[in-house]
Write a protein of this length. Structure first.
Length: 175
């Protein structure tokens, strides 16, 4: 009976020791992850600061010059892709709030910012009209599109899309 008691005591001590080690290991792993997160945050802050230095004409050497050039090229590529998407959709981005605005609109329907009329006309001219012969003949007559409720401007009586806060034509508040 004494041997059984000694064996149970050894097992209990072993389990306790293992549990304690597991707890310590878990705590250390959490502390390590926390420190790694702090380090990543510092790296991000350094990266932001380097970006700001270059943004305002500073220089930190060849490696950073090359990385900054990569950032600028990537940003230009992203903007080019956004512009292509907007062109396909027939919209442009509001310079104030970034909302998608119809190319012919004089004002942003979300923030009321006046859209540049000259840029609007130039953008509209850049889109070639589709050739009638290139369009396929419809086989089945399409179902009528359900009418959406439009908002009529009280000032200029222009039609505006549902959800618009400002008139696309005169820029007045619609509500």
């Amino acid at each position: 009976m004494g041997d059984l008691k000694d064996t149970l005591m050894k097992i209990t001590k072993g389990v306790t020791k293992t549990s304690g080690e597991l707890l310590k290991s878990t705590k250390l792993s959490l502390a390590l992850a926390s420190e790694e997160d702090k380090l990543k945050q510092i790296y991000m802050e350094i990266g932001k600061k380097v970006h700001e230095i270059y943004q305002y004409g500073g220089n930190l050497g060849k490696f950073f010059d090359e990385k900054y050039a990569e950032i600028q090229k990537t940003e230009a590529g992203i903007q080019d892709l956004r512009d292509q998407i907007d062109s396909i959709k027939g919209v442009r981005s509001c310079p104030k709030c970034g909302a998608s605005v119809d190319r012919a609109a004089g004002f942003c329907p979300k923030c009321g910012m006046q859209m540049d009329a000259a840029a609007s006309a130039a953008v509209v001219r850049d889109i070639p009209a589709p050739e009638p012969a290139a369009l396929p003949e419809p086989v089945i007559k399409p179902e009528p599109v359900p009418k959406r409720e439009i908002i009529i401007c009280r000032n200029c009586h222009a039609e505006n899309e549902p959800g618009s806060k400002f008139c696309l034509t005169c820029g007045r508040l619609l509500q």
